[in-house]
Design a protein around this ligand. Sequence first.
Ligand SMILES: [Zn+2]
Length: 261
Amino acid sequence: MALIRSEGIVLKTHALGDTSRIVVVYTRDHGLVKLVAKGARKTPSRFGISLEPLSRSRFLFYYKPDRDLHLLSQTDTIVATGVGLTDLSRLAHAQAAVELLDRLVWGEEPHPDLYDLLSATLDATVRAPGTSLTAITIAFELQVASLLGYRPRLDACAGCGGTLSPERLFSPSRGGLLCAGCAAREPGLIRLSADALAGLALLLSRPVGDAGEYVEVRRTAEILRVVDQFLRHHFQRFQGLRSLEVLRAIPEIAAEKPCPN
Ligand SMILES: [Zn+2]
């Protein structure tokens, strides 16, 4: 048993017995870990707000290589993102980011780039203009997929590597744009507008925090649909982002009011 120290972001928590909690944390140095926080449901808890979902904290825990659960010893809050987010739309997009990570990643395989991407995305959901939130979520989805080895191919045919059809035909199952020949044999194609394709390329490669600068708000719904289809084909555990459903139910938020600041 080793005593491990790592920064991490709380994805979710479950009650354990009367007073404890299981905390699912994406750590920078040890990937996804499940920690038992004894006494975490007592008030006041010695862990404070460090275990709230979306909190970024330093964790000290006893690691047993052959176990699924590890015992949490101490925590130190760096930033309690969830506690500060009172805007429903920002909260939903921040929750969508941790939901996506929880769906697509499992096991104690460290991936510091993925951790930094999640951290930057949560910061962006707090700071970026309200009109940028959907673009930030799409950029996060695309960049997570890329880091996990599924980068959509936009520079040549995803089927044969040939010259792309000028019709901008995207195949979610093939994972990119197609040439005319491959497109003729492929069902379920999505025809992209020129703006959506340009947005998709920029969201793949530019910093997540700036995502709103690269895509017009009126194009985000089109791009979101394409990315949703793409993820469903390549990640069995992905079934859409439930965290965003709350926004669809409230039309004035779905329309993305500009940030009052
Ligand atoms: Zn082809």
